[in-house]
Design a protein around this ligand. Structure first.
Ligand SMILES: [Mg+2]
Length: 472
């Protein structure tokens, strides 16, 4: 299929899965110098965090947190500034592994950590009446703090606001300022937002990467990048957008943590290849910050080539695939509701679709019990599991929580009245996929427990449930 005929839905899914899966692809060689590893040829897992194929790192988790913040989540409060909603979700990821592929936060960049620590101490001390007007822009403005941590999670912004590019540019800046407020970071997020919107609009690669004239997506004035009202781009950003990556190669192209070099490396992989997969492998085989260069490449290439260009065997291995797809679906739905030149505030959670709300509820409740009880008691602590019986009891409770949520969803009025059978089926199958994903994590936890339980596996509920989860 020609990339010109890819529909919007496939481009949005392609971008979100592209980010998450290329993060996972690169995680296998993260931190390694380019000549020191066997070339990555497919999703293979391993790497410094010993992940399973399809498990993503901080890039993927933070992107999903950002998506939740923009789409409307259960912790929304209409009087709270959207940046606080965003930071609260990052905090949940940092403190309890929310939206992590492994159920815990196992990697976090220095700049993100510094901003989150500041946020946590200010937020917890602030009086609630002060929170209504406060924002949570805790990113350093120093040019020395120009890491790639806000660019790596950017995709939900252009995907959601693509019909209103000017607003998308502002939201790109706002989303970055929470953790990365240097001008280089803000500019990188803006130009990359323009490229992703262009890809969604069906622009050709030649148009997107035109070195003579910076690409301006439809909906913005043609002189957007050159008028002072939009603030002129910093020269390192301009150098990349003028095509530095077209005539450079490694070692000049570097997969470092510096936002400019990350963006240059991602565009280098995109420019010099002709398929999603070829570019993804070129990006991550740079090593070093391979996962992030992968994520940055993947969010643009996925929007450009569409979801069907991402190898099916990669998509099938994606951690929390049903959740990621549900987020992509909701982004599509809500993006259509944004009128051109209109404004979109954070949606109250009751204005989101039933599919999104239901799948989110399943995820949230299972995540809370997994992180707060099971995972916590697997790790050394006073209440660590001492016997297989305790473990079994919690797994049984985990299942009953799941059954209760599904029952409560089925009792909703709109479930009975307006929901089609296809929609109901989708809610059930995506919910089931989340349960299975957690059972796989629980199975790994079981292996990692240091206490060897004497157990009769024939009678073990754990064994029975885990065997049904088909973990690979
Ligand atoms: Mg990472």
């Amino acid at each position: 299929m020609s990339v010109n005929s890819v529909n919007l839905s496939d481009r949005i899914s392609g971008s979100l899965f592209g980010l998450v899966l290329c993060d996972s692809l690169g995680a296998a060689v993260e931190g390694q110098s380019p000549e020191s590893f066997d070339q990555v040829k497919t999703l293979r897992g391993g790497g410094k965090f010993q992940l399973k194929p399809g498990q993503f790192t901080d890039d993927g988790s933070m992107a999903l947190c950002l998506a939740f913040a923009l789409l409307g989540s259960e912790i929304d409060n209409p009087v709270i500034h959207p940046s606080i909603v965003q930071m609260n979700l990052y905090r949940r990821w940092y403190e309890s592994g929310y939206l992590s592929s492994t159920g815990e936060c196992f990697d976090i960049g220095m700049t993100v950590r510094a901003a989150l620590n500041k946020f946590v101490s200010h937020y917890d001390q602030a009086k609630s009446d002060k929170l209504s007007s406060a924002d949570a822009y805790y990113g350093s403005t120093s040019s020395h703090a120009s890491g790639n941590g806000s660019l790596m999670r950017l995709a939900p912004v252009p995907l959601l606001y693509h019909r209103d590019p000017l607003n998308a540019m502002n939201e790109a800046i706002n989303s970055s300022k929470t953790t990365h407020a240097s001008q280089l970071c803000l500019d990188s997020c803006r130009v990359y937002t323009g490229l992703i919107i262009g890809a969604l609009q069906g622009a050709t690669k030649e148009e997107l990467l035109n070195s003579d004239q910076l690409y301006v997506p439809a909906g913005l004035s043609h002189d957007y990048w050159t008028t002072k009202t939009a603030s002129l781009l910093e020269s390192p950003v301009l150098a990349v957008m003028n095509g530095s990556y077209k005539h450079r190669n490694p070692p000049e192209i570097k997969a470092s943590g510096f936002v400019i070099e990350t963006m240059e490396a991602a565009l280098w992989a995109f420019y010099h290849t002709n398929s999603f997969e070829e570019g993804a492998l070129k990006a991550v085989n740079l090593g070093n910050d391979a996962d992030t260069v992968g994520a940055v490449y993947g969010m643009l290439a996925g929007a450009y080539y569409g979801i069907n260009a991402i190898p099916i065997e990669w998509r099938e291995k994606c951690s929390f695939q049903g959740l990621v797809q549900t987020i992509a679906d909701e982004i599509l739905t809500q993006s259509q509701q944004i009128a051109e030149n209109g404004e979109k505030k954070v949606a109250p959670s009751n204005q989101t679709s039933l599919l999104y709300r239901s799948v989110l509820k399943v995820y949230n409740e299972l995540a809370a019990f997994y992180s707060g009880t099971i995972k916590r008691r697997v790790l050394p602590c006073p209440k660590q599991y001492k016997s297989s019986q305790q473990f079994d009891e919690d797994i049984m409770q985990f299942h009953s929580i799941y059954d209760n949520i599904l029952n409560s969803i089925k009792q909703l009025e709109e479930w009975a009245e307006t929901t089609t059978n296809d929609e109901k089926q989708l809610v059930l199958s995506r919910s089931d996929s989340i349960l299975k994903q957690y059972l796989c994590l629980i199975e790994e936890d079981q292996h990692s427990l240091t206490i060897k339980w004497s157990r009769n596996s024939n009678h073990s509920q754990v064994h029975k449930h885990l065997a049904a989860s088909n973990c690979s």
